[in-house]
Each structure stands twice: as structure tokens, then as C-alpha cells.
Ligand binder design. Sequence first.
Ligand SMILES: [Zn+2]
Length: 346
Amino acid sequence: MEKEADGSIRHYLRRPLPDAGAPIKGVLDWPRRFDHMQQHAGQHILSAAFAETFGIQTAAFHMGKNISTIDLGTSSLEDETAAKAEQTANRMVFKDQPIIAKRVEKAELDRYPLRKPPTVSENIRLVIIEGFDYNPCARGTHPARTGEVGPIKIIGWTRDRGHIRLEFVCGWRALALMSKEHRDIRQLTSLLQTHADDLCSRVEKRLEDCHTLEQDLRRLKEQVLAFEADSLAAQGETDGGLAVIARVFDERPMKECRKLAALIIEHHPRCVVLFVIKSGSHLQVTCARGEDVAIDMNALVKQSLPRINGKGGGSPNAAQGAGEAKISAEDMIGYLKKALAEISES
Ligand SMILES: [Zn+2]
């Protein structure tokens, strides 16, 4: 772990040194260091490209573990602007110009076209890419030449409190990202059996097909439900002019069962629907009545629920509840039928 304190960088160790005062050997994690140099110097170049080409200044920079960001002092960004800035930045990489870091005195500063003044008044370090970028940079690490930064790639951007937060990667990170995305595209072209150039149109077509199929499926489900409602209604046990349709379902969505009950009573006004649904270790109950039936479904459900330690409720027209499968679904149906008969006789 590193920390900055009193103008110096302190390195903290996981364990105390075995022998205080004895010489120790430190090893630089070069791949990590070079990666940081690429991202940091890439930011110098990308920020300069936005400033140089479009007068857009950089307000902040953050180096992330995977992706780095700069906050640009603009409230909107066009694709074309970003593409041009990216080209300018990469042109500077291909030019392979020296990146020079040097200490200067305050009095010398007006010799350089600085983009922003240094935050310190002594021990000032400038990082210079001749003719392109002159930047005070206190402690950043940079490669010797712009070519070492490698490709600079803008990933995307978001709006953030009046700024544009631009995401980018440089160097080996850009290549790693390209490899990953290329792998993904190869997999997608194989899954969709198409060429990379046709990938977007193929996905659009598949999504359209999916949408049509979903609509067809919804319509067919409604038709099947309507047929089922008619078929169940025809099998109702008629008792004193009242048709009772009692059924047990296994793991069927409550929403669908309620819809089925609603379809039955819609066309059969002298009908009572009693459904019990087995759902794992639970039982669910839904009851509904046709408009010519006076029996209170809410009272019927509430009366039955203690048998399954259940909770629920509804209106006199339709009510639902759920509880534990303490008794079988068939016994619950039997109980509901008996309770219904008792209420209708009273
Ligand atoms: Zn720097």
C-alpha cells in the first residue's frame, strides 16, 4: 500500500521488516507500473487532443482498475467530436514523440503555453510533448515516448453534474479489451450463424421475431384458457340450480387460476368456482361467484383458511388465500364444498 504524506510517497509493508536498519531489496512490479504509465500518459494525450481540437478542458482524471475516466468541461459530447479527438490522440501516439518531464522555476513558466497553472510554486515539474502538450504534473509516471502509450480507445461517456465523464483505455488494456470483445463477437456470430457484419441486423430480426412470437403465445394462451373455462363450466355439479366447479391444480400460477375463474363466472352467472392450488409445501385457494349467486366468497375463504394456517381475503365476488399444506388439496376442496353447501342452505 502507498500513501502520500509531506510531499513524499510512503510504502507500507504487510509485515514488519525482519532486521531494522539492514539493506532490503525492493522489486518494481513492472507490468503494473507500465500499465499505469500507459493510462496516465494516455490521459495527457487525450485531454490535450480535446483541448487542442475543440477547446474542451479536462476537469478531473481517475485511473480505474479496468477503465479510466476524464471529466470534460462540457455538458454534451457528439460521437463525431469524440471520434476526432480519439484520432488526434492516436496520431500523436503514432508520431512517437518524446515525453519530457523536467523541473522548472516559477519564473520560467511563461515560456511554456501551459494549459493550467501548477498547483505548487516550487519544485515545479512540467511534462512536455513538444508542440502538443505542456502540463504541470507533480508525480505522474510517463513512458519516454508517446508510442509506448499504445492505442488510446474511448469506450463511452455519461453525463455527470454538468460534465461529460469519458471512459477510455490505453495500451495493453486496449488490446485486452479488443481481444475480449472479438471473442464475444466470434461466439455471437457462431450462435446466430451469421457474419460479424450482419450481427446487428440479425439480432434486430431475432428480437422482432421474438416479439411476434410472444404476442402469438399470449393470444394462444388466452384462447386455451377460454376453452378450458368452457370445458370446466360444462362439468359443473349442479345443485339446486347452482353449478359448482371445484378443481385442484398442481404448481399453477395463481394469476392464471384467477383469470380462469373470472372467465368461467363471466359466462356462467349461476356458478361458483372453487380452486385449490398445490404449490410446494403450500396450498393456495381462490373462489369466485357468478353475478346471480348471493353467497359471500370472502366469508367462505376466511372460514376455510384456519385449516391451512392461511391468510387472505377479497370481496363477496372473489377471494383468495394461502397457507401451509397441512391437509391435502383434495381435502381442502372437500371442505370448501361442504362449507358452501352449509352456507347456501342456511
Ligand atoms: Zn503526468
